[in-house]
Design a protein around this ligand. Structure first.
Ligand code: ATR
Length: 261
């Protein structure tokens, strides 16, 4: 297996460490590297996939949408999300998948929490991926109301301006905005007044974020972004190798690395 993650920048990606650990644990011979691919330079990496020099890819910013025209087929996960984070080959076909949303849902399911009314904060690409993977009733709240309305129309859910949300109405709150991400660790996307929900953040640098620290201070259950990261990687690993990797081991590898950074 010759695998890689492509992005720009890509130096701080945790994917090589995680996939390498799983390859080794599965006794599979292979390597997983990080390739810095500048915008507009996807042709070279696609040629390497078609030539069999590479067997699979993870795809991150800024290529998740740009890679679509180069592929032969999209899984429904990718066509619904409008973005690809995983490319694998079956025969001569290059197939695009999006495991970000299903990865998040997997990590949510692992908490055992039953979600009936979910509030999504943010209406960008990350929100789109998660909404497209969720089967539950969803409300999208966003700083720019029009962006929430656009997603709501597409996925048949509710939309609210961010400052009009009544947190009491929700059993699960998911932050999909970059607010609170390193280096802006002193910011939070919302004040948790009245919340009784499980509070989730897809950010894992840092973990916990200010939002999750505040939730914990209020005695609310929390879910950080490590689970989603491991979840999306696990589903990609299965596409590449046919193996189901050990989720808990993957989470342990990533948490240890984040602590050391
Ligand atoms: P991604 O595609 O990775 O999800 P994005 O497209 O930049 O990232 O989307 C970021 C989301 O976070 C957007 O919904 C954005 O709100 P706007 O639609 O109003 O731009 C939201 N966001 C970003 N910074 C924010 C901030 N400081 N406060 C509230 N929302 C913010």
């Amino acid at each position: 297996m010759r695998l890689a993650v492509i992005g720009h920048p890509i130096a701080h990606s945790l994917s090589p460490m995680l996939h390498s650990a799983w390859l080794e644990a599965a006794g599979l011979f292979g390597c997983y590297t990080a390739l810095d691919v500048e915008p507009g330079r996807l042709d070279t990496v696609i040629r390497r996939l078609r030539d069999g020099e590479l067997d699979g890819l993870n795809v991150t910013i800024p290529h998740k949408e740009a890679i679509i025209p180069y592929l032969d087929r999209l899984e429904e996960s990718a066509s619904r999300a409008g973005a690809v984070n995983t490319v694998y080959r079956i025969g001569n076909e290059l197939i695009g998948a999006n495991t970000d949303g299903t990865g998040f849902v997997k990590s949510l399911e692992r908490t055992g929490h039953v979600s009936k009314d979910i509030l999504i904060i943010g209406a960008g690409g990350a929100a789109r991926g998660i909404i497209s993977a969720l089967k539950t009733k969803v409300t999208v709240a966003n700083r720019t109301y029009e962006h929430a309305l656009r997603l709501a129309a597409e996925f048949d859910c509710e939309a609210l301006p961010l400052d009009a949300v009544d947190l009491k109405s929700f059993d699960t709150i998911i932050n999909t905005t970059p607010v609170g991400m390193s280096p802006n660790t002193l910011q939070s996307p919302l004040v948790l007044d009245g919340a009784t929900a499980l509070v989730c953040d897809i950010i894992y640098r840092p973990t916990p974020t200010l939002l999750l620290k505040e939730a914990a201070r209020l005695g609310l259950p929390t879910l950080d972004g490590v689970g989603m990261f491991v979840g999306q990687a696990a589903e990609a690993f299965t596409r590449f190798t046919g193996n189901t990797p050990d989720f808990a081991y993957g989470e342990q590898v990533i948490r240890k690395q984040l602590e050391e950074q």
